[in-house]
Design a protein around this ligand. Structure first.
Ligand code: WTA
Length: 640
């Protein structure tokens, strides 16, 4: 990305939290934004319990291998469980769980604590020690958080692999993390069908050594293969184990988990997070950004297989002593009313989801939603990609009834916690902008030479200061950690995103740097193109990619999914091109528009532009597609 990214999307209106929300909000005072950085992170550390206090906040002598809360002893599982069990929260619901088939489980803090201890004791009995890696490959069942917290409690390092990954992707992650134990289930439910988790594990372990035990949760009851001596049912594993266990007193820098995330090239990176800083960061952000109160029911719809689930279904909310809801299945199963029904039945107050889901429901029309009251909701959140203003307003109106602030939260697997957002009680919202840098963090936009760019000029989004919750390294590859994140600009963490900052200090994320197009010398974020495309009343979803073009450098190719019932044709194609001219300018006019039934997406719902781009460029090899949700989407694009 050379000079600058043109930022052309027109700004939309500004929204304010209601007086009522503002009055009751945990953060009412804007002075939090001027609080001293060190002071902020010291104060945040008071949100969690320490076995031994830290003596120094930050050791940057080995930068970029930063250390936080030096000398402190802590255990995140203790903060999620034991400290609540020793309080009035003992019998409070920690997890409200609903299975796709309607099964329901409520785990109070005390019940969860006992289950975690049993499982942790069983792991110890197997010889799992501090620092050992354990791979968890599960659907969204109650045993999932139990297994995670049990690892944390004994100082083992979990490596969670999303249950939608293939056997090959799983094998790569098991091998890289050198896990001794794999925790899985016979299967998991997805749209009424069984995903054969155990079968995938068996396949992934073929021909590799090192895994001594496979613990299998019985969920779907389908027949599975059992390897004698290696495989054991969860229930047999915990049989007879004590429900008491003291948490390991761990160094604040002791690793908590590895989570693999894909880079633009090469094999997935094992992002490493640690107990101390991650616990502080996830706890303070959950509290202040989601304005979470003890009486709230909080629901984050992510899968625990992704970082959002780690930080904002489990560790942040439980550390705070909140009630967190977990739903096992697909959002629209057995009908598109499922989520909205769950919100009403559990009285969900704070709801956190992704733009891709919002656009999906928007496309289906409001009829499924109108049947539900949604009156308990008081705060909404989004994460994962920029939300186009049209979807934002639909979310605000149709789900939030114009009564709930929306926190658009920007962050990454690597940052561990939310870094850019609007604190809901004090900051106005601008649809399409994630908001300001969270207190205790500093973000900026740089040009190719590492200089801060002017207002509203596009550039590289960087973090100018480390924060406690950030990754410590890439597992087994510290050089890659330095190269990918800390090499391009001295002393700055490179996020890989392009963005601009406006006159109010609000960040507008333009998408990944490698998703930026250069059309006739103008650099345009693909996100901006897509945001404009989906603003067209008949368009549901869109992906824009660049294709080499003799004169312009790159031409814009758009793949578009229309709203249900719309029959696309040449006339509509022309209409959309003109619409783009109107929304952004003639440089945004797509050279090609292809109508498709669906876009290729990762299982976490991100459009795989890299793959679309490769196809648009006519390349035969489209690279790694192990995270692709549905191959048929690719074939469709190939045909076009
Ligand atoms: C994108 C997910 C715009 C961004 C927590 C980032 C966003 C990548 C937002 C990280 C947002 C996430 N607005 N873009 N609110 N949130 N992103 O590691 O490109 O799965 O770099 O972490 O998602 O994705 P990851």
């Amino acid at each position: 990305m050379a000079e600058k990214i043109e930022s052309l999307l027109k700004e939309e209106g500004v929204y304010h939290p209601s007086d009522d929300f503002r009055e009751k909000a945990l953060v009412k005072d804007e002075s939090i934004y001027s609080e001293d950085y060190e002071q902020f992170w010291k104060r945040a550390a008071e949100e969690v319990d320490w076995f031994e206090p830290y003596s120094e906040l930050l050791d940057d002598s080995g930068a970029p291998f930063f250390k936080w809360y030096i000398g402190g002893k802590i255990n995140i599982a203790y903060n999620c469980l034991d400290r609540h069990v020793n309080s009035w929260r003992k019998n409070k619901a920690a997890i409200l769980w609903e299975g796709e088939n309607g099964d329901r489980v409520v785990l109070t803090y005390y019940q969860l604590y006992r289950e975690v201890n049993r499982f942790a004791n069983a792991l110890k009995g197997l010889g799992v020690k501090k620092g050992d890696r354990v791979t968890i490959y599960l659907g969204m069942v109650p045993e999932f958080p139990i297994a995670m917290l049990a690892c944390a409690k004994i100082g083992a390092v979990h490596s969670i692999v999303f249950g939608g990954f293939s056997a090959l992707a799983l094998r790569e992650r098991i091998e890289d993390s050198q896990s001794k134990i794999v925790i899985t289930a016979d299967g998991s439910y997805r749209r009424g069908k069984v995903v054969p988790l155990k079968e995938n594990v068996d396949e992934s372990l073929e021909g590799i050594d090192g895994v001594e035990k496979v613990v299998v949760v019985k969920r779907t009851g389908n027949e599975i293969n059992f390897v004698d001596g290696r495989d054991i049912w969860w229930n047999d594993f915990i049989e007879g184990q004590s429900t008491e266990l003291e948490a390991e007193h761990l160094d604040s820098e002791h690793p908590l988990f590895i989570l693999y995330t894909s880079g633009t090239t090469g094999k997935p990176k094992g992002v490493v997070h640690v107990h101390g800083g991650y616990n502080v960061g996830t706890t303070i952000t959950t509290k202040l950004i989601f304005d979470l109160k003890d009486e709230d029911v909080y629901w984050c719809t992510a899968d625990i297989g992704w970082v959002t689930g780690h930080s904002y279904i489990i560790y942040g909310p439980l550390s705070l002593g909140a009630t967190t809801l977990m739903y096992e299945g697909a959002p629209d199963y057995p009908s598109p009313g499922r989520w909205w029904d769950i919100i009403d039945r559990y009285g969900v107050n704070v709801f956190y989801t992704a733009p891709t889901a919002i656009r999906y429901f928007m496309r289906l029309g409001d009829e499924y939603i109108k049947k539900h009251s949604l009156s308990t909701l008081r705060l909404l959140g989004t994460v994962g990609e920029p939300i186009n203003p049209e979807a934002w307003r639909w979310y605000y109106r149709t789900i939030g009834k114009e009564n709930c602030p929306i926190v658009d939260t920007w962050w990454q697997t690597e940052t561990g916690m939310i870094f850019i957002t609007t604190l809901p009680g004090i900051l106005p919202m601008k649809p399409g902008s994630a908001g300001k840098a969270f207190p205790g963090t500093e973000a900026d936009i740089l040009n190719e030479n590492g200089e801060s760019v002017g207002l509203n000029e596009g550039g590289y989004l960087v973090l100018k200061k480390p924060s406690p919750s950030m990754l410590r390294t890439i597992y087994g590859d510290p050089d890659r950690y330095v190269n990918v994140y800390w090499s391009k600009f001295k002393g700055c963490y490179l996020t890989g995103d392009g963005a601009r900052k406006d006159e109010d200090g609000y960040f507008w994320i333009l998408g990944r740097i490698d998703d930026v197009l250069n059309v006739s010398g103008h650099r345009i974020g693909t996100m901006e193109l897509e945001s404009a495309l989906v603003a067209h009343p008949l368009v549901a979803e869109a992906a824009a990619v660049g294709k080499p073009h003799e004169i312009k450098g790159q031409a814009i190719v758009a793949f578009i999914v229309m709203k249900v019932g719309v029959i696309p044709g040449d006339e509509l194609r022309e209409e959309i091109r003109e619409f783009m001219v109107k929304e952004i300018g003639s440089i945004a006019k797509p050279d090609e528009i292809h109508f498709v039934e669906k876009l290729p997406k990762t299982r976490s719902g991100k459009i795989m532009r890299r793959v679309i781009r490769a196809i648009a460029e006519g390349r035969i090899d489209v690279g790694d597609i192990s995270t692709l949700e549905d191959e048929s989407a690719l074939d469709e694009i190939r045909k076009k």
